[in-house]
Each structure stands twice: as C-alpha cells, then as structure tokens.
Design a protein around this ligand. Structure first.
Ligand code: N01
Length: 497
C-alpha cells in the first residue's frame, strides 16, 4: 500500500489508508485539511460536540482571549488579515477556525455529536467505537484531543450548598445575569484574570479569591486598525513579516526564558513583571498581596494590560484569606468572614494529565493506555507511545505546551506524523510505534533537562506532574523544530501489519 505521497506506482495500491481523527479543535481541523491536501481523503473526524473549535468553543467566559498574538496564533497556510486585535477575543478565534474549515471544505468529514469511547488495536488496525454505538475501522488514528480540556473542580466543602449559581470558567453559564450582581471568582490564573478584567465594571461587586498571587506581564492589546488590515489584505508579505517577527520574539525571548531559569531573558521577564506591579498598583498593602514570592514565569505567565487597573476598581475586592467552605449565601474564609455572592466562578484550571482519556484505548497485546500511563502520561517526542502502533498524538504529553503557539507545534507534529505514515505505507501496510528504549531515553533526558527550567524554581503549577517534574518540553523551540524535521526510524518499531 502507498499513501500516494511517496511516488510508488499507483497500481500497487489496493486502497488508500483510512484515518480516524479524534477531535475537531485546532489540531483536528489542521489534520483534516492537511490530509485532504495530500489526497488522503479516506478519513472521518469524530467530534463529541455539535461545533468545531475545541478550546475556543468551550471557553466563552467574558474577556476570553489568547495570550499568543493572533497573527502568530493562526495556521501558517491560512493567515488572517482581519484580526481585530493583537490578542483577538476568543469568539473571533472560534469564528476563524470555523471559517478556515469551511473554506478548505473539510466540514463534510466531521461527524458531530459523536464521542469516541473506545479504540482497540486488533488485526493490524484500529477498531473505533463511539458513544452513539457506531463503529469504524482505521489504519491510522490521530488523537487531536487537546490539553487544557477537562475542567479541574476544586475540593471545597459545601460547594453543592451554594444557593446562587456556580460553574467552571470553561462552562460559563450565559443565563446568569452579571449586571449589578455579586460575582465571586476562585483562582488567579489566565482565565480568572481575564474574567475579572472584563466583568469588573458590569458587576455590582467582584470578589477574587486568591490562593497564590501571579506575575503579570502588561503587554498592550491595541486594536488593529482598518488601514493596517487593508495593507495585510493587499500585501500578504507584510502580514507574513509580522508573523515572522512575532515568532522570532516569542522563540528568542519567552521560550528561552522558561527553559533556562538563569538566562538573561528570564531576568528581563522578571524585571518587566516587577515594574508592572510597582508602577500600576498604588496601594502598598494591595501591592504586597499581589506580589508573588516565586520567580516570574514559574507559573504560566499572565499576559494582561488591564488586570491591575481592574483589581483596583471600586467594585473589586481581592480576598487573600483562604477559603474555609462555601455556604448557601457565599464563600466563608478562614478568618470567619462570609463573602456574600450571587454567582461563583470556578476558574480553577484543568486536569492536564488526561489527553485522549477517557477514551478506553487498548494497544498491541491487549495493553491498555491506563497501564501504559499507570505512572504518568509519556510519549516519545510527544507523538507516539510504544505498543500503540499507527496511533499518533498532536499536542500529546511532554510536548511544548504553554510557551509556544500550539498551532506551530501541531503543524510541525503533523508533518512529522505524515513522514511516519509514509514509512508505514511504503511497502504494504506496516505498524509504526516508538520503541520502548527510545521512549525511556527521551523521558530520562527530558526529566534531566527539566531541572534547568523556570518551572521548578519554587511554585505550584499545572506544568508539574505528581513528582514535581514539569511535564512540558524543557528545551528550546529550535530543538523541537529539529526533532520534528525528520523521524529517526531507529527509534521506532516497524513491523508488517
Ligand atoms: O487555570 P490555572 P486557568 N482553592 O490552572 C486556583 C491557558 N489559558 O484556567 O495557583 C483556591 O492557571 C489556582 O491556585 P494556585 C493557559 O495556558 C490561556 O486560569 O494553584 N484556588 C489558580 O490560581 C493557562 O495557564 C488563556 O494556588 C484554587 C487557579 O485556580 C491555562 O489555560 C486564557 C483551588 C487555576 O489556574 C490554565 O489557566 C485562559 C482551590 N481549591 C487559559 N484550586 C490565554 O490565552 C485551584 N485554584 C490568555
């Protein structure tokens, strides 16, 4: 069998390979477009929801935006001259993905409302079962299931007793009116900061419950005016130059800062965050409460030009006493104060160790994904798991997450995966999966490199696994790009199907 991409005579091919893509978010839509453009049109994208867009479909809270600039957070092949802001709002990003899917004609491949429940490797291929009872069979599975996807709910006493409305930031209840109401927000991550900044003027009173203060980088977010957009429409090279410049800034500055805690870039980030706090928070008591005691970018850095103004708004209160419990009328803190609320938002983050789970995945020899990941999720170069042949992940465990544009990451990973697919299809169907030895070697090098990152300089964050080791890619983006350029087939087990 031949993918049609390797130049083998078409006569040899009984049929093209069949792909199943799980998830129609950014990476699933990307996969669909790239497969179609390669002439590999025998595929289905299974999407559990009734719309595509992943993160941008699910996060609809006030103020939602991406902290990667829009001209960088776009597919390389589908630049958008019409971005409204440097960091455009979430709804615009969701509309962008829908528009690209429509323009590239891949919506017809998406099976909406169809959650994949089971993937079983049997007889050289993957049996696919869905929650609706339908079945499929694939030569290749691409798991494009996202990272920040499964809400983490806090274990706080009495949450279920709250008489108002309580919901997670990624499950925003738009029926709840905000105007004039008393809103509580638990958390100080990117979601909480965006919500507080966007909602403070609308609500009657806003209480932000802070367990840990955050460093905030005050990058401005100006609108992109019509003249500029017109230039981008008429001169794509000018738009590309903006993207290249942003990519360079991101990779050279931010990426180096996080993977080398002692780098000049890390120190510069720190200075910028300290200056932002010093210059923009007038009250020394509030300033002290907002000042973290760990290094900037140890937790995922908050990018917000408006948060410090918002938290000083007369409607806002920063609550730093720990939460004791939730009661019908509000949140009681350990100092005995009852903070009365009409609605409570749990901006408490995500379970980042799930990846394609809860899908029940069974690989070669009956090994389950739960067994393979019994200690923690790992994958060779974030893409392949030993004994799960021809199943590849985009934005899987240990990849560059949190410090780069995930679109760039997924594009590089997809191109790498297609080289594995070509190899698998070169002479009849073969089964390709990372070898156990290569995966172990990658894992031990990764854990060693993680010791130099800023993520281990003394804070709690979603980057860290249960051992306190960052689960993310601990090297530069250049190293990732090089790793993705060409698979080293010595690191893979390749056997006939
Ligand atoms: O979640 P988080 P997030 N009691 O995990 C607190 C991306 N993102 O949804 O720091 C009290 O960062 C917790 O406290 P602590 C981005 O990658 C991007 O905000 O653990 N508090 C923390 O303050 C981001 O990093 C964008 O002490 C509790 C907060 O909840 C990632 O998503 C926008 C608690 C969780 O913060 C996740 O961000 C939004 C408890 N029991 C998200 N449990 C942009 O692009 C948890 N907390 C801008």
């Amino acid at each position: 069998m031949d993918t049609g991409r390797t130049g083998s005579p078409p006569g040899r091919r009984a049929r093209g390979p069949r792909f199943v893509i799980v998830g129609a978010g950014m990476a699933g839509v990307l996969s669909a477009i790239q497969l179609q453009q390669s002439g590999l049109t025998d595929f289905t994208v299974y999407e559990k929801a009734d719309r595509l867009g992943g993160t941008w479909r699910e996060n609809t809270y006030p103020g939602v935006a991406c902290d990667v600039p829009s001209h960088l957070y776009s597919y390389s092949f589908a630049p958008n001259p019409d971005w409204s802001h440097v960091f455009s709002p979430g709804a615009e990003i969701a509309a962008y993905f829908e528009d690209v899917a429509r323009r590239y004609g891949v919506e017809k491949y998406i099976s909406y409302g169809t959650e994949v429940s089971r993937l079983t490797f049997v007889d050289g291929g993957w049996d696919v079962e869905t929650a609706t009872g339908s079945r499929d069979r694939a030569d290749f599975v691409i798991a494009a299931t996202g990272v920040l996807h499964h809400p983490a709910y806090p274990d706080i006493k009495g949450l279920e007793d709250f008489a108002g409305t309580v919901f997670h930031s990624a499950r925003w209840d738009h029926r709840v009116p905000l105007a004039g109401r008393r809103l509580g927000v638990i958390g100080t991550g990117s979601s909480a900061v965006q919500i507080v900044t966007a909602a403070v003027e609308t609500v009657g009173e806003l209480s932000m419950f802070q367990r840990t203060p955050q460093w905030v980088l005050g990058v401005p977010n100006p609108p992109i005016d019509e003249d500029q957009r017109q230039l981008f429409r008429s001169d794509p090279a000018a738009m590309q130059a903006v993207r290249d410049e942003l990519a360079h800034t991101f990779e050279a500055n931010f990426a180096n800062a996080v993977v080398d805690a002692e780098s000049p870039e890390a120190k510069l980030l720190e200075e910028l965050c300290v200056a932002n706090l010093e210059e923009n928070v007038a009250d020394p008591v509030l300033r002290a409460k907002l000042r973290p005691d760990y290094r900037a970018a140890c937790k995922r850095l908050i990018v917000s030009p408006g948060f410090y103004q918002a938290i000083q708004h007369p409607n806002a209160r920063l609550v730093t006493d720990a939460i004791d419990r939730v009661e019908p009328r509000g949140v009681r803190t350990v100092d005995g104060t009852l903070h009365e609320l009409d609605a409570l938002v749990l901006a408490t983050g995500f379970r980042v160790d799930q990846f394609m789970r809860p899908i029940e995945v069974t690989g070669r020899g009956g090994i389950s994904l739960e067994q393979a990941w019994s200690e923690r999720p790992t994958a060779y170069l974030a893409v392949s798991i030993p004994d799960f042949p021809n199943l590849f992940m985009l934005n899987g465990p240990n990849g560059p997450v949190g410090n780069f544009s995930l679109i760039d990451v997924a594009e590089l990973q997809f191109a790498y995966v297609m080289q594995l697919v070509d190899r698998a299809c070169a002479t009849g169907l073969h089964l390709v999966s990372a070898s156990a030895a290569a995966t172990e070697r990658f894992e031990s090098e990764r854990v060693e490199a993680a010791k130099r990152t800023v993520w281990v300089t003394g804070c709690r964050s979603w980057y860290l696994d249960d051992r306190g080791v960052p689960a993310a890619w601990p090297w530069s983006f250049d190293r990732f790009r090089t790793a993705m350029a060409r698979p080293n087939m010595d690191d893979y087990d390749v056997v006939p199907a």
